[in-house]
Design a protein around this ligand. Structure first.
Ligand SMILES: Nc1ncnc2c1ncn2[C@@H]1O[C@H](COP(=O)(O)OP(=O)(O)OP(=O)(O)O)[C@@H](O)[C@H]1O
Ligand SMILES: [Mg+2]
Length: 412
């Protein structure tokens, strides 16, 4: 399979289940790739062990123990020796264990003879992380092109407008880009999905997260508010009595189920940091970070981008939207300075427009439903174009002047 085909299929990988995987590597380079594979977000439930050694070391290792769900074996021996070692390997392997070989021979007849021998897959070295994740996914999870994309919206500070932008972007995705969507409100205390869509919310997310035993497609469907034929709201009746202690995997199964029924699941995240939010990030295909042009928001934004870079090493960086730009009388960091400091070009910068945003909120409408010319209507179209892959935002190239300015400022 070509690399670009692998890239596009990786977006449709349902979470890989809780399994054990072992890798036996001959070179440091291969072991390094497996370290990256082990930290891939799609494998967050997998228990991964990396060993240095050849097939004989693996045979020795499993003499006295059970074999894991999947074993990767790197080899350098000739074919006869390999076949002989593989038949000894078969003696120590449980029947359910799958084996993937890594070697340098690039020959289709060799590949076929390995498949006949019962090997589950063969990868020609040097291996790379995304290709290896793809192999694991094809053996242990569904690659289902109808799975919806999960997009998380997060503010770099409270009140920056992340919920408003999540709801408006979702609305535009559905109405202008013909996508069916679910918007899910994960702010269990102060959620605003109901208010912004003018819907009364009596049940929703809390009923599902606090009753893990009832989580199935039918139950979730009953909790969903059908705003119209293309927009489902999985909302939260904002109640201060909701229990804040969610376990790490509270939303995991719900998300797996939601993304099976629509093309986009928009997650409106609260501005807080906890293990369950981290796990939601691991399940998200895209993350949109909303930042206001002021210092605390910029600092938090930088920290969040750095954290996400580490959390999702094999995925693109989050998208950034600047909001409430050009607020009268506020001394602001300019859009150029913001993007230089973050090292990312924003999808767009939405101007501070209290009249339009206030009117929309008061009337329970979306910005795009307001009559007349409203500048930010275009911003939401731009965000949707990026989320549907119709527009690519290039990574920020460091501007030489700003680098010089930074150097001079740091010297002072
Ligand atoms: N560009 C804008 N111009 C003017 N007002 C805006 C703009 N964007 C959002 N707002 C307003 O800012 C307020 C806060 O927005 P919102 O609730 O979406 O923020 P949030 O980041 O989700 O906050 P929280 O931290 O409470 O979740 C709302 O009243 C919203 O209408
Ligand atoms: Mg919010």
């Amino acid at each position: 399979m070509r690399n670009d085909e692998i890239e596009s299929e990786l977006d449709f990988v349902a979470s890989i289940p809780h399994i054990n995987i072992n890798a036996f590597c001959l070179s440091e380079d291969t072991a390094r790739v497996f370290q990256e594979v082990a930290s891939d977000r799609r494998l967050s439930r997998v228990n991964f062990a990396i060993h240095m050694g050849d097939i004989n070391a693996a045979i020795e290792f499993y003499q006295s123990g059970v074999t894991p769900a999947l074993i990767f074996l790197e080899f350098e021996t000739d074919r006869d020796e390999l076949m002989e070692a593989l038949s000894r390997m078969a003696d120590v392997c449980d029947e359910s264990t799958k084996v993937v070989l890594i070697g340098q021979v690039n020959d289709v007849f060799f590949y076929r003879s390995l498949m006949k021998q019962g090997i589950n897959e063969y990868i020609v070295s040097p291996i790379n992380p995304r290709q290896t994740v793809h192999v694991i996914a094809s053996l242990y999870s569904d690659i289902d092109r109808s799975l919806g994309r999960v997009v998380s919206f997060l503010g770099s500070k409270g009140g920056v407008g992340s919920s408003t932008i999540a709801h408006n972007s979702g609305w535009v995705l559905s109405k202008k880009f013909s996508k069916n969507i679910i918007i899910s409100d994960l702010d269990l205390f102060f959620g605003t999905v109901g208010l912004n869509f003018n819907q009364e919310v009596v049940q929703g997310v809390p009923d599902a997260v606090y009753s893990p035993e009832r989580q199935d497609a039918m139950f979730l469907d009953r909790l969903l508010i059908k705003h119209d034929s293309d927009i489902g709201l999985f909302a939260t009746p904002a109640r201060l009595s909701n229990n804040p202690d969610l376990s790490e995997d509270s939303y995991e199964k719900i998300l797996d189920l939601l993304r099976k029924s629509v093309s986009f699941v928009i997650l409106d995240l609260p501005h807080l940091w906890s293990s369950w939010i981290k796990s939601v990030f691991l399940q998200s295909d895209d993350i949109v970070l909303v930042i206001e042009p002021e210092l605390a928001s910029l600092r938090n934004g930088k920290d969040l981008i750095e954290m996400l870079r580490k959390l999702r090493p094999n995925d693109p960086l989050p998208h950034v939207v600047f909001n409430k730009v050009d607020m009268p009388k506020r001394p602001e960091i300019s859009v150029d300075e913001l993007s230089d400091a973050l090292g990312l070009e924003p999808i767009t910068s939405i101007e501070f427009d209290p009249y339009s945003f206030g009117t929309a909120t008061n009337d329970g409408q979306m910005i795009s439903e307001l009559t007349g010319q409203v500048k930010s209507k275009e911003d939401f179209i731009r965000i949707s174009r990026v989320l549907t892959g119709r527009l690519e935002i290039k990574e920020k190239k460091h501007n030489i002047l700003s680098l010089l300015r930074e150097k001079i400022l740091n010297k002072k």
